[in-house]
Design a protein. Structure first.
Length: 124
């Protein structure tokens, strides 16, 4: 579907000089993960990049032996990872309060803050 949408946009652009906005609009309306709530959930998992290696080792050690349900794609991975780690949030808060507080913030962060970008208007 990605290629189909891109192909249509390129053909239109070559014929008319326009078409890229149509492509952007198609992305915003055609794929379920462009739902703002889905984007928020996915981006909340990206916060792991700010943690130290020993913090990550600790967090993922807590999931050893856990059965983790999910499937792999660029949007569901952060949610699957976050869900696995958050099952242990209370333990983290007890054992490593500062890390627990950081992890808790991942639940509350906005998309813009998670990605460290300014909020932009939607493509019309």
């Amino acid at each position: 579907m990605y290629g189909f949408q891109a192909g249509n946009a390129i053909v239109k652009h070559l014929k008319t000089g326009k078409g890229l906005k149509d492509y952007a609009r198609a992305w915003g309306t055609s794929f379920e993960y462009n739902n703002p709530e889905e984007i928020k959930l996915a981006t909340q998992g990206f916060g792991l990049h700010v943690l130290k290696d020993d913090d990550l080792d600790y967090l993922f050690s807590l999931t050893k032996g856990d059965e983790i349900f999910g499937f792999v794609n660029e949007f569901s991975d952060p949610i699957t990872t976050r869900t696995a780690l958050f099952k242990h949030l209370e333990q983290v808060k007890r054992e490593r309060p500062e890390l627990g507080a950081k992890l808790q913030k991942f639940k509350d962060v906005s998309v813009e803050d998670a990605l460290q970008v300014e909020k932009k208007e939607a493509v019309p």
